[in-house]
Design a protein around this ligand. Structure first.
Ligand code: DX5
Ligand code: ZN
Length: 218
């Protein structure tokens, strides 16, 4: 069964507690928390103080997606602030620092994840596969919610699943960007186990039904 992680980037930040309660009440599995620094991506969102506040109001696992430059500088603080999953981008630092950061995240007792932008091939994840608990395949350019799903990322998803089956079969595969009622099935059919959905979740006329749809077998 696939899991759904609604992204609060599409929530109303003035009513964040209400919107997180809605994720709980709809049966969402995790809360996806997008951090943007205006450097790694051309947008700024939320960070450590907001994560601390969110941690206090929900027991759902917090899936923190760092779209920031050189995340190794701040990984400890995000884990301390309450991340259950901490995801860093393969493009955001050197190979050496990325590896060190993934290992540091695990050493702190948090789950580690590595994200790949659409232009980054599956092979770029190769040096990190054993140090990850999840790989995130971006199906839009990171930076904004509400963009069009890139179906041409599906072969990359399948390729990563094959690589993981050899190297680290317990590692999860997540997709993020443009996931909606029309695009979710193809993601699951290509091996996605965790589906992030921002605008489609918050705009769904029936959020419970949307969650059920995502969790169904493809
Ligand atoms: C985009 C973020 C996504 C975003 C997804 O950079 O990483 O998590 O919230 O939004 P939708 O589901 O609307 O594409
Ligand atoms: Zn995200």
């Amino acid at each position: 069964m696939a899991r759904i992680a609604p992204s609060i980037l599409s929530a109303d930040f003035a009513w964040l507690a209400r919107d997180i309660r809605s994720i709980e009440e709809s049966g969402g599995d995790w809360v996806h928390f997008d951090v943007m620094d205006g450097i790694f991506v051309p947008n700024i969102s939320i960070g450590i103080p907001v994560l601390q506040s969110v941690r206090k109001i929900t027991r759902l696992p917090l899936d923190v997606h760092l779209m920031i430059d050189r995340p190794i500088r701040l990984a400890d603080r995000f884990v301390k602030a309450g991340a259950d999953w901490l995801c860093i981008h393969a493009e955001s630092d050197t190979e050496e620092n990325t590896l060190a950061c993934l290992r540091r995240i695990r050493a702190l007792g948090c789950k580690s994840a590595l994200a790949l932008k659409p232009g980054t091939p599956a092979q770029a994840a190769e040096p990190f596969l054993r140090d990850c608990d999840m790989i995130l395949v971006m199906t839009v350019e990171p930076g904004f919610g509400g963009q069009e799903f890139m179906a041409d990322m599906m072969p990359k998803l399948r390729q990563l699943r094959h690589m993981l089956d050899r190297e680290n079969p317990g590692c999860l595969l997540e997709v993020d960007g443009g996931v909606n009622d029309r695009t979710q099935a193809i993601c699951k059919a290509h091996g996605a186990q965790v589906l992030v959905a921002g605008s489609a979740f918050f705009r769904a006329p029936d959020r419970k039904a949307f969650v059920r749809l995502i969790r169904e077998e493809p």
